[in-house]
Each structure stands twice: as C-alpha cells, then as structure tokens.
Design a binder for this molecule. Structure first.
Ligand SMILES: [Zn+2]
Length: 352
C-alpha cells in the first residue's frame, strides 16, 4: 500500500492541533482519573456482544473495541495504544481475563483501529490476529505506517498514538475474502474484502447476530446526534486510498448480506441498515462535487468549511439545538475527509 507523505497535507497539520485542543476541552470525566466509575465505558449491544469505549483522541464515543463472547473470546479493533488500558479494564469489568482473549480482528491498519494491537498482544498470550493480507506486513513493521500518520497528525502524533509496537508475525493470519472463523459452537464469522476507505479493509459478518462489522467502509455515525433523534452517517474519505466507486461497491456487498445491524468503527451500532446505505449514497456525491469546486486552488480550508456548512445546514432542518460534542466530532472527521477528497481528486486528475 502507498503510505507516502503527501505534501498537500503539511499545511493542515497546525490547524489539526488546534481542532484537537478544542475537542479535548470537554474531556470525558474518566480521563486522567485512572480508576473509578467505569460502568458506562462498556456498552451492551446484545447478549454476548459488547462495545468498550477506547477514548481515541481522549474523547468518548470516537472509537471502540467490540467484544464477542463466544467459546473463543473475540475482539474486533483495538484502537490506538491509548485505548489499551480501557480495553483491559472493560474486559475485567465484564469478567474476562486477558488470557481468555483468543482472537483479535482488525478491519484495517489505520492507527485509530489497530495502532494499539502490538501493545495489547503483549498482555494477551493466547490471542491470534486476523487482518487483510495487504495490511499484515505493516502490522509486523509499522515504520511506514507511523511515517504516514505523522504527516497527517504532526506534533500531535505522540500524544495520540505512541507507542505503535510491531506485531509478532507468527501471531497474524490473513483474513481472506469469504474466509470463515469459528468462534463458538453456533457462531462463525465470515470475512469480506470491503475496499473504499482503504484498500486493505475487511468487514466481518456475524451471521448468528445478523450484524456486519463495517469498520470505516460505510462511514461514521454520531451517538450524540442519535440521542437528540437525528441519524447522520457521513462517508469516511481519509487519505490516501479513498475510492468512492469501491466504497459504493462495498456498500452493495454489505446490503446483499441483509444484516439487521451495522457496527461502525466510529462509533457504535446502527439498527437501521437501509438508512445507512441511503445516507452514504446521498453524501458521497456531495463530498465529491464540493471537492471538485475547491480542487483547482487546492483550497483545503475552503473545502472543509463548505462541507461543514452543508452538514450543519442539513442538521438544522431536524433540530435547532445540535449538541456541541457532535459538531466537534464532525469537525475532526471532516478535517481528515477533506484531505482524502483532495488527495483522491488530484490522483484522478494526474491519471487523465
Ligand atoms: Zn477510523
């Protein structure tokens, strides 16, 4: 995969640090306390299925680790290394030991999904990892991954992602398209290649629970908006492998499996898959059209503001009072998505 730094992104890094500072102003009460009320960091999705909040970027409801309690205890995603203590405490509060963790599956190798894998594996002696074939070598040697992320996150990199530890190659297996993994007597997971957000992205179909773990392929949902009755799904168009055609193809693939629930990398579970497909199909062309109008001048700030204004306008149709935390999350997501849209469109232009 191509993790080359993109010169267009450099000028944005300072601004990202400012965005992060703003988002951190409203830290989750657990942060910095180490111990205490941990109950609400574990969300029960269903009997035998849980979500542990990983506090990516130091913020609640950004990323999480799904726990599948079957004969073979299975985790999906680890988040970055700063999430590992939350995962450990979450598992403990659910009554599991780290020795019981048998499988860890990562949907893709972006650091907000698997940056903490090496660190967590050190404490899970019986765990085997599944990831897409193309991602495995970067898990084993994360040098290029770190370099690529430093371009996007600049001076914030260390506080957000360090350490990114290499994964022992003997502990990783390729998650082949249509490959299966039996995790319990009546529970088998099926892997699907779902490119669009990243080439090496996989989705996981949990047939027993009719749940599809989509990582970032189908976009991002916002629990703080759902609490005020607004359902929003925005595409996640991060650099530098975003491909809208593949994203829509992957959406069709997921749709053909008719899941009842879609589990997102960011953040939580939607019980309304058709709404998810519709919103992805609605927003993706808007992202690209707006991108086209700012491509000529490579106007990052202009595009980011235009996307934000468009989303805000849409939200205000449904409620006058949009939670601040939702705006902060959307701002961070649009920051990264803006980079990816300009990167994709300039790749397309060079090809012509
Ligand atoms: Zn992500």
């Amino acid at each position: 995969m191509d993790l080359r730094p993109n010169y267009q992104l450099h000028f944005s890094v300072r601004r990202f640090t400012v965005v992060l500072r703003t988002i951190k102003m409203k830290l989750h009460p657990f942060l910095g306390k180490g111990r205490g009320a941990l109950a609400d960091q574990v969300i029960s999705i269903d009997k035998d299925r849980y979500l542990i909040d990983g506090f990516d970027l130091g913020v609640a409801e950004r990323t999480g680790t799904f726990v599948l309690d079957e004969g073979q205890l299975t985790l999906i995603e680890t988040g970055p290394s700063i999430s590992v203590p939350y995962i450990k405490r979450g598992l403990k509060s659910l009554g599991y030991s780290l020795e019981q963790v048998r499988y860890i599956i990562v949907t893709h190798i972006h650091l907000d999904h698997s940056g903490g894998l090496g660190l967590l594996l050190n404490d899970c002696p019986n765990a085997t990892v599944y990831a897409h074939d193309k991602g495995i070598r970067h898990l084993i040697d994360p040098t290029r991954l770190i370099k690529g992320a430093k371009v996007v996150y600049g001076s914030s990199f260390d506080s957000l992602f360090s350490p990114v530890l290499p994964v022992d190659e003997n502990r990783v297996r390729p998650a082949q398209h249509l490959g299966t993994l039996t995790i319990g007597d009546q529970s088998t997971l099926t892997f699907y290649h779902t490119p669009g957000h990243a080439n090496h992205h996989i989705g996981i179909h949990d047939e027993r629970k009719k749940t599809f773990f989509a990582g970032d392929t189908l976009g991002v949902i916002y629990p703080s908006l759902e609490r005020v009755g607004i359902k929003l799904v925005l595409p996640s168009t991060s650099p530098n492998q975003f491909d809208p055609e593949l994203m829509l193809k992957s959406k069709e693939l997921v749709k053909s499996l008719s899941p009842k629930r879609i589990a997102f990398g960011h953040f939580g579970v939607s019980h309304d898959p058709s709404m998810v497909y519709e919103q992805l199909t609605y927003w993706l062309p808007i992202f690209l059209q707006l991108g086209e109008s700012f491509l000529e001048k490579n106007d990052f700030e202009g595009l980011k503001e235009a996307l934000f204004t468009k989303v805000q306008k849409e939200l205000l149709k449904f409620a006058d009072d949009i939670p601040e935390e939702a705006y902060r999350s959307i701002e961070v997501d649009l920051f990264v998505s803006t980079m990816g849209i300009l990167d994709y469109l300039s790749r397309q232009k060079r090809r012509k």
